[in-house]
Design a protein around this ligand. Structure first.
Ligand code: ZN
Length: 179
């Protein structure tokens, strides 16, 4: 496993459409594991392959329940609406407000090639929309409003506050999630 380099902002690769994966081989499995490592290393909750420079349809995420890998993900159903604040590992320290479906169904394959169907809601639905958009060359900033940027000091400050809050067992933390 290895940490891969992230692609940022105006990198053209982030604007291209990723290709379907035809065969889930060891190379794809290695990519998936590297993406999980890279996501954790950068404190992300999700990552799509183009963000590490690979134009293949694969996403990983972890909303606090362990890592999930989805190959050739397709959202087959969306319902409801939620408004959330999003960030992106490819646009560090930039945040904005985005409308996303409240619930969705995602179909695809796991790293063993098994067909999977995920019923997602709330944060998981947000992350899935954000990551699958990356596979089509779309960024959250295309649809976000009230966009703002924080300095690294401010981010560190929020992280520290959250750690304090977690210690005091408060469930209401203002964690900035980057995908
Ligand atoms: Zn992103």
């Amino acid at each position: 496993m290895a940490i891969r380099n992230l692609r940022y902002d105006s990198d053209e690769i982030l604007r291209k459409r990723s290709k379907e994966i035809e065969e889930i081989d060891n190379k794809i499995r290695e990519l998936a594991l590297d993406m999980i490592d890279t996501m954790y290393k950068n404190d992300g909750v999700g990552l799509a392959a183009p963000q590490v420079g690979i134009l293949k349809r694969i996403i990983v995420y972890d909303i606090g329940e362990g890592p999930v890998v989805v190959i050739n993900p397709v959202i087959t159903k969306k319902s409801g609406m939620q408004t959330c604040e999003e960030g992106c590992l490819s646009s560090p320290n930039v945040f904005g407000t985005v409308d996303r479906p409240r619930e969705l169904i995602l179909e695809g394959f796991d790293i063993d090639g098994n067909k999977i169907k995920i019923k997602a809601k709330d944060l998981e639905a947000v992350v899935i929309c954000h990551e699958t958009d990356h596979l089509d060359g779309k960024l959250f900033l295309d649809i976000a409003r009230d966009i703002y940027e924080l300095s690294q000091e401010e981010i560190d400050e929020i992280k520290k506050e959250n750690e304090e809050k977690e210690k005091s067992k408060s469930k209401k933390n203002k964690k900035k999630s980057k995908k």
